[in-house]
Design a binder for this molecule. Structure first.
Ligand SMILES: Cc1cc2nc3c(=O)[nH]c(=O)nc-3n(C[C@H](O)[C@H](O)[C@H](O)COP(=O)(O)O)c2cc1C
Length: 197
């Protein structure tokens, strides 16, 4: 039997049922419509420290802080076919919870024992920001597009919403619909790319 596409949403906001959590849920619903297995991690529920000093050569790095929850989360990440990076804009960047996760990947992404498992994933960005100017989403999408290139993955798209109060995105049906549609489309795209179910 062919393995179902696995989709993992990493939630960077500490607000459960906040805007990016709701948007990720809609994305996952769309992904399930296309037959995917979905799961979600609230990074704020885990203990992930900022990265420690690591070697300059990214192929020779250790993770001196691997006694925290990062290795467990990394395994969830590496097992997924599609990763949803879901974060609010905090001070012109991702939340600290998300940034710690990104930084900690630096000890692994180019290590000979791990490098293959980082490759060929689909990546999605979901973000919310309080300011009215739409370019505020670029603070997340631009660097994430480069991150996806570095990881040798495929950037499958993003949905960004200008919304401030907790849960207010529920009143934005066009955003919810865009998330659901991207969920379905992303699963179909990664399946086609891999030539599998
Ligand atoms: C610490 C903090 C920093 C923020 N910084 C920004 C910012 O730089 N630009 C912006 O547009 N909104 C900013 N916001 C607003 C959030 O991005 C916005 O409320 C978003 O909808 C929160 O998403 P969530 O409900 O998923 O947590 C900030 C909010 C907080 C709490």
């Amino acid at each position: 039997m062919t393995k179902k596409t696995g989709v993992l949403a990493l939630i960077g906001s500490p607000r459960k049922q906040g805007n990016t959590d709701i948007m990720a849920d809609e994305f996952l619903e769309g992904a399930r419509t296309a037959g995917a297995n979905t799961s979600k991690v609230y990074l704020d529920d885990y203990h992930v420290r900022p990265i420690a000093e690591v070697a300059d050569n990214s192929r020779q790095r250790d993770d001196p802080r691997r006694d925290d929850d990062f290795p467990l989360l990394l395994e969830r990440f590496l097992s997924a076919d599609i990763v949803v990076w879901s974060t609010p804009v905090y001070w012109q960047g991702p939340s600290a919870q998300m940034k710690c996760f990104l930084d900690r990947m630096s000890s692994y992404f180019n290590h000979p024992d791990y490098v293959k498992r980082f490759k060929d994933k689909g990546h999605i960005v979901v973000c919310a920001f309080g300011r009215p100017e739409s370019e505020h989403g670029d603070w997340i999408t631009r660097p994430m597009k480069i991150t996806v290139e570095v990881l040798h993955g495929t950037y499958l798209g993003d949905v960004c919403a200008s919304v401030y109060q907790k849960g207010k995105v529920r009143q934005m049906p066009e955003i919810l619909e865009a998330c659901r549609k991207l969920g379905t489309d992303a699963v179909i795209a990664i399946r086609e790319q891999r030539g599998s179910q």
